[in-house]
Design a protein around this ligand. Sequence first.
Ligand code: FES
Length: 237
Amino acid sequence: MGTRSRRVVAVSVAGLLALAAVAPVFAQDADYLQRIKDAGVIRMSTDPAYPPQSEWVNGEIVGFDIDVGREIATRLGVDLALETPDWALITAGSWGDRWDFSVGSMTITSAREEVLDFTQPYYYTPAQMAASTHSGITTLEGLATGGQLHPVQQAWIDEQVPQCGYCQNGQIMTARAMLDANPNPTDAEIRAGMEGVLCRCMTYYRIQAAIKRAARETAAASFIDATDSGMTKGASA
Ligand code: FES
């Protein structure tokens, strides 16, 4: 029953992708899928407090997540039984055989991956924020100064980090903030500092290399600046 302690959370949905999303966990237990088919029902948990993905309307739960669950059930040839536990219970794992999978818009984090088997993400929700010009908050475009790229930006180019580019803004800004706080991080500190900034193209090793390069380049530039400063003082004395 190993797979029963680790459930699938379908975080993406899109027709054909949905079935691919639940297949890996069933593959870990050949009898699991057959048991669902024999029972004629698959049990799905969802949080109905997240419209329009999932919500109560006239006594019925409807929404995008529900459509995904129904499609999965239809393709398996079984009925869909909906469970509506608290969101905290869904994200906590240890589902205790109360449902077979969950469909919802859930951010994949390392902590959640410890207790849940995620599918590949199949949709992303754009987010934007606004800040006062006096807040000190910097954008990616604001990193370069005097026509010169920030060391992190340059290292990103030198290590050819970006693939699709989707996540790179967040990766660079997180790396820059981490290096501001810790100019010479170890590999473990880099992984910890970048945790939660996900890359679907799996550029993590290049990100780590770029951060180490940026740290080296910044340290070298600081050393040269300090040396030049000392020479200038010496020359004028
Ligand atoms: S480069 Fe594609 S998601 Fe990170």
